[in-house]
Write a protein of this length. Structure first.
Length: 204
């Protein structure tokens, strides 16, 4: 019997939006231990963002995802985190991640979120959030001087889903233009390359 098609796998990943978000957060949060006071000013694969600004952005993104359930809409991002030290920034991200998971797991009806006035299912919003959080987890590790691939199974699922939720309209504002990689590249490398990162990037 033939295995599931690419479309089937992408659909399955989309349906499992909240579970996918939880897996992406588990990966990203695992990299927080790499953050030290010395790494806050280091560059990351996100152009013009150092580690500190990346952590602030991740905390803000988690707040936006919480609002998607609490308020039922996604609009402008909230003000940046007031955390200053490495410890405060890491705590801010962890605290928001815990709140986010609790909010989404316990969410009831309705299942529609207004994203800048456009109605989308919560599942699509969660799946899109999973992609952003996972790739920023990769960015964070790189900025801290470590190679920490996105787990293969997670990268495969996100890689099947990414073309469905990331379009040319998202580039280069949310994601950079795709980077060419070899056919034999790892699922992690293929995913980050599709999202505009060079897998060979190094904070030299």
């Amino acid at each position: 019997m033939l295995g599931p098609s690419v479309t089937d796998r992408a659909t399955a990943a989309l349906i499992g939006g909240v579970a996918l978000l939880e897996r992406a957060m588990g990966y990203a949060l695992g990299g927080l231990a790499l953050v030290t006071p010395e790494t806050l000013r280091r560059a990351t694969p996100c152009a013009e963002w150092d580690v500190r600004r990346l952590l602030v952005h991740v905390a803000d993104s988690l707040d936006v995802l919480c609002n998607a359930v609490d308020v039922g809409s996604v609009a402008d991002a909230p003000p940046g985190s007031e955390a200053k030290t490495a410890t405060e920034l890491v705590s801010a991200v962890r605290d928001r991640a815990c709140r986010l998971l609790g909010t989404w797991v316990g969410a009831g009806e309705p299942d529609v979120v207004s994203v800048y006035g456009r109605p989308l299912s919560r599942t699509i919003v969660a799946s899109t959030g999973a992609i952003e959080i996972a790739v920023h987890g990769w960015d964070l590790a790189k900025g801290c001087g470590h190679d920490r691939d996105i787990p293969a199974s997670l990268a495969e699922d996100l890689g099947q889903l990414a073309p469905l939720v990331v379009s040319h309209r998202d580039r280069p504002h949310r994601f950079g233009h795709p980077v060419a990689v070899s056919p034999g590249s790892s699922p992690s490398d293929r995913l980050v390359a599709f999202l505009g990162r060079d897998p060979r990037w190094s904070a030299a």
